[in-house]
Design a protein around this ligand. Structure first.
Ligand code: TTP
Length: 200
């Protein structure tokens, strides 16, 4: 099987490479899935993030027509505060609003990872999905903190308008769960998915 990462995220690429544990034979290619990320009416955050990860993997599979046996990974990350999905910010004002909502509170980061691959028996494709939830507590943020952070532009391509792996780590008072899941690809669960199909 050929491993394919269906993602445009440089962070997911870097995290997936970790799973090779330095072995040169572990390799993968990358394709850019293009899916509609609209939340369906009444859709719960857990259902949404699982659906998007699966749709990214399946959209990625459609881009692998030239491969004999692709196994495609897709992933999606959302921040959830009081059952509300906080995705990537629409603009600077939205990022500032999101950060002030997260200030001094605990939110959940949900990341789903999906693997679409050909099940041997009947040549049909199967998608396995794992959902990982992590609690993140933010310290209290001043308006000056938020302005300075948003000016760095780091929040603009990230769910919840922050990156724990970057400057946003300054705001994280506590985390319970998967650090790599917050960054966008939960390593333990991704390793399990790959191990199930013999890719590692
Ligand atoms: C909360 C948090 C999110 N993020 C990122 C992970 C994801 O890349 C992004 C959420 O957007 P996603 O839609 O999950 O992913 P993406 O559009 O960046 O990439 P893809 O092509 O795979 O769809 O937020 C961090 O990098 N650090 C964090 O601390």
């Amino acid at each position: 099987m050929d491993l394919v990462l269906a993602s445009t995220s440089p962070r997911r690429k870097e995290l997936l490479a970790h799973l090779g544990l330095g072995r040169p034979e572990f390799c993968f290619t990358q394709v850019a899935p293009d899916i509609d990320e609209t939340v369906q009416q009444g859709e719960a955050p857990r259902d949404y993030v699982r659906r998007l990860a699966a749709e990214k993997a399946q959209a990625g599979l459609a881009l692998c027509a030239d491969m004999s046996q692709p196994a495609v990974l897709g992933s999606d990350t959302i921040v959830v505060l009081e059952n509300q999905i906080l995705g990537k910010p629409l603009d600077v004002a939205d990022a500032k609003r999101t950060l002030s909502e997260l200030s001094g509170r605990t939110h959940t980061v949900m990341t789903a990872v999906a693997l679409t691959y050909q099940a041997d028996a009947d040549l049909s494709f199967k998608t396995s999905v794992r959902l990982v939830e992590t609690q993140v507590r933010f310290c209290a943020l001043s308006a000056a903190d938020i302005d300075a952070y948003v000016a760095s532009k780091e929040p603009m391509d990230k769910a919840g308008s922050y990156g724990i792996q970057g400057l946003g780590g300054c705001f994280v008072a506590a985390i319970e769960g998967s650090y790599s899941g917050v960054v966008g690809l939960p390593l333990v669960e991704t390793r399990e998915l790959l191990a199930e199909v013999g890719l590692i």
